[in-house]
Design a protein around this ligand. Sequence first.
Ligand SMILES: *Cc1c(COP(=O)(O)O)cnc(C)c1O
Length: 381
Amino acid sequence: MNKLRINSFFNPIYVTRPLFPDISRIVEKLEDIWKSKWITNNGSQCKILEKRLVDILKTSYISLFNNGTSALMIACKALELSGEVITTPFTFSATPHSLTWNHVEPVFCDIDPVTMNIDTSKIESMITTRTTGILAVHAFGIPCDVLAIQKIADQYGLKVIYDAAHAFGVEVGGIGIGNYGDMTMMSFHATKLFHTAEGGALICNNRDMKEYIDILKNFGMKNEENIGMFPGINGKMNEVQAALGLSMLDLIEGEIRKRKKIVDFYRSRLRDIEGIYFQEDMQGVRYNSACFIIRIDEEKFGKSRNYVYDQYKKYNVFTRKYYSPLCSEYPHYKDLPSSHPKNLPVATKIVKQVLSLPLYGDLSIHDIEKICDILIEIRNS
Ligand SMILES: *Cc1c(COP(=O)(O)O)cnc(C)c1O
């Protein structure tokens, strides 16, 4: 065994670190909550946050949730999805699970080798008489081909839901990402760029739908007189979550700027390493630099992704293999006809190559430099 030459980090470096606003900013808002004695059920913090997010995300209607997964489950319910829905296997487990919880069968479609999002040229061949929708994911905040997806949906009369868990603040052609499709889910989990510890939202494009969503997330209750209108669940965000979100909103633009710098630095250092690939920016997209994903081609790089992942740990660097395994490899999905690796050649290849490198605003350029140097040392080890 070669000895490590680069010293390992003294403190562990994780793939991300939640944004923490100055504590005085949240204390102020908590004092308002304590004075009002109103701590959940659409209180003033939630109302203010909804209004501010409508502006920031350049959308029309937003409904806040206790987490992104319950928001996605309600999206499927509100759009009355049934039968089969075409989705991607290269995503977090919550995406297909939200379909399963609605008794809808996920049909896995292969992904594009560049964007790693659903391959729009393969969607049509997956449509059957049972297909009712497309659930696409803007993986790592990188937008899907939203125009191609809409074209197919219009042609076949399908609903479109986007899992935009990581896509806070992303814009395509100057338009907020949440305006595409029938409904968009965002997650405000602590691992996402903007967060409320746990939390999420549904974005839709008309008032009636927002009202319906608000009823569904509140047990199906419209008000004191109209109870049990629909079989809803409890998906409400509480006031403490909303206060945390509000106290952090002003930090987001600065955080995105810092992360962009880090991503640029990663790219400049890794661009010429044989066997290491990453996505370049597409024209017309405003990115949020939520994640930085590299792909390791074992043949060219000389070491496998799993080897790199394990070795990084020895330097106290904790990368992640997002999103491995594919959802189509989970025990309860692997026997679906669409889960066969022959149907998913690109996803099957890519899932063995991806590695999420540490990215958050407080990482210093010196740390990034070291993370890149370690990768070279791992290759040469
Ligand atoms: C984080 C995430 C979710 C789940 O969001 P929660 O708020 O944690 O429930 C769903 N889909 C994707 C792609 C995610 O990254």
